[in-house]
Design a binder for this molecule. Structure first.
Ligand code: ACO
Length: 335
């Protein structure tokens, strides 16, 4: 058995910046409301007419991560792609990456775990590396939310929160069992599936049915979120997942050098920061600039924290996520 470790990180954000004031011209909202409730100042939304998509952005982030890892695309043994906004209903984005990056015919797995997608993806990669089945794995989180959001006052409770972007990590084998990824923990509670959901198009709610009905009140193909309910569960599950990871590794909250929470809402991150007694330097947030990019939020934040020199060898780094499903989980790393 081996450990795995992250040796390359990359990110890609579309150029088009959408400010809160831009949104207030599309719907009844305000910069003050959005900043006060979420901390978000602006987000990136793919501009119509550009080629960007979840797979394209994921490929761009992956190329950077692979280059920084010192490996080449031919060294990658497996692809894991986490997204809730795939380019196509099927096949998934993983196979598009294999093609776009002109990789060997390695396996490609899509992970559909929304905001927890990257944490699930890292855990899957870690297991394959641990057993020795694969040596080098590319894990991508990417989201093209803006194409599926309802940009009107009816959708404002969801639309103002989400942004587009991608992040990627290259994991490799680590022979020292005290280094790299020390543990991953994954959870789900499907009874809350409809508290944060897009119901259609799906096999249960198929496109012709939606089109034939032509019902302006049918919002099932837009995201629905019971925000307050999600918020309340998020703060509890974030805390539990962090504690579970620390306990498994005989660590205390004082041992955390850097916490990278899924960028759901700045208020959630601040609540967790306070609860664990962490300083501003020990929690990395960039939701202010990118909004909530779901499966991409942790790899984008991790990449930026690393680029800014905020993660050093030997640091205990904690990744934690919660989202639709509900799903949640944590990763504890000895960097
Ligand atoms: N601008 C102005 N007013 C708004 C907006 C908006 N964009 N959105 C909602 N409102 C209004 C509502 O209509 C409501 O008005 P009312 O009181 O007259 O009915 C009022 O503001 C309060 O609405 P709430 O939904 O109660 O606002 P809340 O303080 O709960 O904040 C928010 C909403 C920001 C969505 C918050 O609940 C939240 O962040 N929840 C968690 C989000 C999250 O973590 N998601 C998980 C990850 S996402 C994933 O997995 C895909």
């Amino acid at each position: 058995m081996y450990n795995s470790k992250i040796i390359g990180l990359g990110k890609y954000l579309p150029e088009n910046i959408v400010t809160n004031d831009d949104l207030s011209r599309m719907m009844d909202t305000s910069d003050e409301w959005i900043q006060e409730r979420t901390g978000i100042k602006e987000r990136r939304w793919i501009k119509e007419g550009t080629d960007d998509s979840s797979a394209v952005m994921g490929a761009k982030a992956a190329e950077i991560a692979i280059e920084r890892s010192g490996l080449t695309k031919d060294d990658i043994d497996f692809i894991v792609f986490a997204t809730l906004s795939p380019d196509m209903y099927f096949p998934g984005c993983g196979v598009q990456i294999q093609d776009m990056l002109d990789m060997r015919t390695v396996g490609a797995l899509d992970v559909r775990n929304q905001c927890s997608g990257f944490v699930y993806g890292i855990s899957v990669a870690d297991q394959f590396i641990k057993t020795g089945m694969y040596k080098n794995i590319l894990v991508i989180g990417a989201e093209f939310h803006s194409g599926g959001l309802e940009k009107s006052t009816r959708g404002r409770g969801v639309t103002v929160i989400f942004g587009d972007g991608a992040g990627a990590a290259v994991l490799t084998r680590e022979e020292d069992k005290t280094k790299g990824i020390l543990s991953t923990h994954l959870h789900s509670e499907g009874k809350h599936a409809k508290e944060l959901v897009v119901e259609g198009p799906s096999i249960m709610h198929w496109v012709p049915e939606i089109l034939e009905a032509n019902d302006p009140d049918d919002v099932s193909y837009y995201p629905y979120m019971n925000g307050t309910f999600v918020f309340k569960h998020a703060v509890v599950r974030f805390s539990e997942a962090i504690m579970e990871g620390l306990k498994t590794n005989n660590l205390n909250k004082e041992d955390i050098d850097m916490l990278i929470p899924h960028q759901a809402n700045l208020r959630i991150s601040q609540f967790i920061q306070k609860k664990f007694g962490l300083s501003d330097d020990q929690v990395f947030n960039n939701i202010q600039r990118y909004g909530n990019t779901t499966a991409a939020s942790i790899p984008i934040a991790l990449t930026e924290a690393w680029e800014q020199g905020k993660i050093k060898e030997g640091d205990k780094v904690v990744l934690v996520a919660f989202g639709s499903g509900f799903t949640w989980g944590s990763v504890i790393i000895n960097w």
